[in-house]
Design a protein around this ligand. Structure first.
Ligand code: NDP
Length: 257
């Protein structure tokens, strides 16, 4: 699976799944624009890994909640680095403290929906404008979560945001078919990243989680990255609008362990 001489833009590529995707894409021949929100050192490390493969990298700070900043950043990246062929909407935010809906503050709701749902739409909009002006074609890969399928008690905003991203994937796939832009969505289960590290490092929490997962382990970011590579490469040409769940069987076993 190759991405030779393609340009990919991966949001939240300074750690975890986004970092692995950026690295795998570079190994497959792509130049990569990587954005970070707060972790500049992580982004510098991703850049180092990309350049070690012989590919180019551009690093920029971007808050995907800021619609104006997203629009101007995509235009700047196109001029300074090249028009992206592939967009990976990876940036996302967990719930932090689990909170019942009755106690939910507006801010808690807004930050999750703005990051996980509106952010990918802002990025997709900016990406599509660039592709429209440059002959169409392209790939969008969204990163949602098994939470788009499973109930998320005390984390309702997270589940809502990821289910919404699944819906956005389906809508965009139809809307962008004429341009030959494929739009797909990956729904990871438990993946070992900074978002889950505390749970994985705590023996009791880890055991409780792994018991629910038929594979009895967390996934690794590179496993998600390889699926993203398939969807971004020519091998994924005849698939659009789909959610690809990769979860060690978790969604097959919810509540059944
Ligand atoms: P990480 O914490 O490593 O990555 C989250 C990324 O999102 C970071 O790069 C972070 O930037 C970025 N980010 C957060 N808020 C913003 C914002 N407002 N604007 C721009 N970027 C932002 O965790 P993961 O790699 O696990 O998460 C990647 C994606 O995978 C997320 O969408 C997450 O919901 C999803 N996911 C993860 C699962 C898991 O088990 N790990 C399971 C299912 C889905 P910075 O670090 O610079 O602040």
């Amino acid at each position: 699976m190759r991405l030779d001489n393609k340009i990919a833009l991966v949001t939240g590529a300074d750690s975890g799944i986004g970092q692995a995707i950026a690295e795998e894409f570079a190994k497959a021949g792509a130049d990569v624009v990587i954005t970070f929100h707060t972790d500049e050192a992580g982004a510098a490390e991703t850049k180092r890994r990309i350049e070690a493969t012989g590919r180019r990298a551009m690093v920029a700070q971007l808050d995907v909640r800021n619609s104006g900043a997203v629009g101007s950043f995509f235009e700047r990246a196109a001029v300074e680095f090249g028009v992206p062929d592939v967009l990976v909407n990876n940036a996302g935010k967990g719930m932090g403290e689990k909170t019942p809906v009755a106690d939910l503050a507006d801010d808690q709701l807004d930050v999750v929906l703005d990051t996980n749902l509106k952010g990918p739409l802002y990025c997709a909009r900016a990406f599509v404008k660039l592709r429209q002006a440059n002959g169409g074609k392209g790939r969008i890969v969204n990163i949602s979560s098994v939470a788009q399928h499973l109930p998320t008690a005390q984390s309702a905003p997270y589940g809502m945001s990821k289910a919404g991203l699944g819906s956005l994937t389906r809508s965009l796939s139809v809307e962008l078919a004429e341009l030959r832009i494929n739009v797909n969505n990956i729904a990871p289960g438990m993946i070992e990243t900074p978002m889950t590290q505390e749970r994985i490092d705590d023996p009791e929490k880890r055991e409780a989680s792994f018991k629910e997962i038929p594979w009895h382990r967390a996934g690794q970011p590179v496993e998600i990255a390889r699926l993203a590579l398939f969807l971004a490469s020519d091998y994924g040409d005849y698939v659009t609008g789909q959610t690809w769940t990769m979860d060690g069987g978790l969604t097959m076993n919810w509540g059944g362990a």
